[in-house]
Write a protein that binds this ligand. Sequence first.
Ligand code: GLC
Length: 734
Amino acid sequence: MPDMKIEMERIRREPLPRRTAADIQERVSGLMARMTLPEKIGQMFQTTHWSGIVTGPEYDTHQTLEKVRKGKIGSFQGLTDNQVIYQLQKIAVEETRLGIPLLFCLDIIHGCRTTFPTNLAMSCSWNPELVRKSISVVAAESAHSGVNLTFSPMLDLVRDPRWGRVMESNGEDACLSSAFAEAYVRGYQQDNLSGYDTVACCAKHYVGYGAVEAGREYNAVDLSERVLRNHYLPPFAAAIKAGVKMVMTSFNTLFDIPVTANEPVLRGMLRGDLKFRGVTVSDYSSSAEIKCHKIATDDETVAVKCLKAGLDVEMMSNSYINHLEAAVAKGRIPATLIEEACARILTLKYELGLFDNPYKNIYADPEQNFQNSKYRVQAFETACESAVLLKNDAVLPLGTDRKIALIGPFSDSKDVIGAWGGKADWNATVTLKEAFEDAGLPFIHERGSNVYDGLDATAATRAAAAADIVVLAVGEPGNLSGEAASRTCLDLPGVQNELFTAVLAAKKPVVVVIFSGRPLTIGDWIEKTQATLWAWQLGTESGHALCALLTGARNPSGKLTMTFPRSVGQIPLYYNFLPTGRPYMPENPTEMFRTHYVDLPNEPLFPFGFGRGYSPFVYGAMKTDKEILKPGDAVTVSVDVFNAGTYDGAETVQLYIEAECFSVARPVNELKKFAKRKIKAGHSETFTFSLDSDDFAFWNADMVFISEPGRYQIKVGPSSAELQMTVIVLSLTT
Ligand code: GLC
């Protein structure tokens, strides 16, 4: 094989023309006119290169090189080696009849080499602008390592932490997830797709995958159309409005039809209602899996049903490439649907500049683009804003006047990347112990146990007893969340509870730092200790961020975007539930004939929007500029927030509405606006929100999206469960 590295080093990177839509459409039409039907179908097939190395035919187990040569492959996913990418692109450009470049896709969802917190963690920053900046770093590193398009953002709304993929989501609320959807798309794509620091991106998994029954991975989904439209579709609508270029169909059924072959959900809702004009791609073999869903018995029918439903690109299964031509010949599917799909794929390749420079994202030495100190600073700041302080009984921040015992399996662990870690450099990841050393803190270190074994209770108790305060670092290993990682029990795994008992025996104040991909049921740990910092999986700068938060160099500002249940038995548990005919009375939690459990209160361990810092924020009286809102008008809501502490901090004020009486039952609270602002110690900031009549629209009893006349309570506060009681009743008039 020629030394590709030398050729790759010679790749030229002049600024690429920013082609207009009309110019691109003309070029696509011209190219399509020269393409055969098999070549058009070839664009609709996405696979991987199984050998994963630069090879000749002798290793090419799936004849991939030959398929590229014959124009039978349009895109690849899962390739991380730039030389392999270069080899394949060179064949496509130089050895095929029309030289159509390939598109290379990869799952880079919260970091390429510099790893940011998991997406659920980043959503706890309540700071879309921060996330947009972080994702622009992810885009730059991805664009310099062979990636043209990333399979991100994941926009599944989640209400069930048994499902391992909650760690990829933006939490349980549509309003917040929609704000982050826009931030991700703008961060990846920015405003110049043909640039050298941007990548196209893909909203996934369309739609409803986060609602798998019982939180069991790949299970069926049963949602009403109203719940789908009120809660699960809005983040995709926001991504489409922000210009996302691809949407990935989900594994699950919806209305009992697999989404990948569901015409009402794809051509009806996605293309019709949401006006998506980009490319649809199936999730990994989800097209072929409709046979397992028992709505097809053979691959030609798979191809016909999926294309008819609106699937453009088939990922990792072969029904399109093997059967579409025959299906057209038999009259089972019109060739026009292939033409439309192929045109969308070619348009994306033109928008990316791949026809002008097919090698634009391929660098001989991508490493040189990764070691960028600015990127680590961004990762550090994002990690600081993503962790959530859940409890602090005046033991934090840590001072240098108290000796610390740092204990636990996560005290010196690099397992802080989380699932879908891209090309993370685990060695570059900073552990909590390393950060304590960098900060010169007075501490002793005793691991005390591994996650699953190696418990040395005596050593743990002894270390705790020898210190003034304990920092106990525990958690859920990264491989226990992510795809195919549903859990029926959300306790801390292994011997960590025994370690906890050993540490408590020393009767010293304990700060628990918990690493996880998802909410866990750790009520006992909270009650028996003095402080809890939820560390999620914060990525490359995890240790430095946690140390800064624990010592007060940074003031915690994160707030939960997923409800924490007390027990798995409460799940699904989320803040915006319906009131029921026998509403729960918190003041009388065991009143018999009301919606409740006999063995636990309904309340979660921690509610949506909850988080603490080192500065108590005092809310003034909320004001509005009107109490009657006419259609087309807007109401201004304002509230003063005072930082009564000695630490400068940041507060996220949340504005909720509560519907009083409408044509359908409405959630007891609905987040409509939020804002995060820095507030200096001893100072006050005025938060002002504007609500217009469209903010009150919902899918009503007639399935019309409308703002019905009626009355609402408007509430502001630091979380969904701490809302000002001086609410304003707002009457919408017709
Ligand atoms: C996986 C995931 C999806 C990912 C795709 C390609 O099964 O469901 O999120 O983008 O396959 O890796």
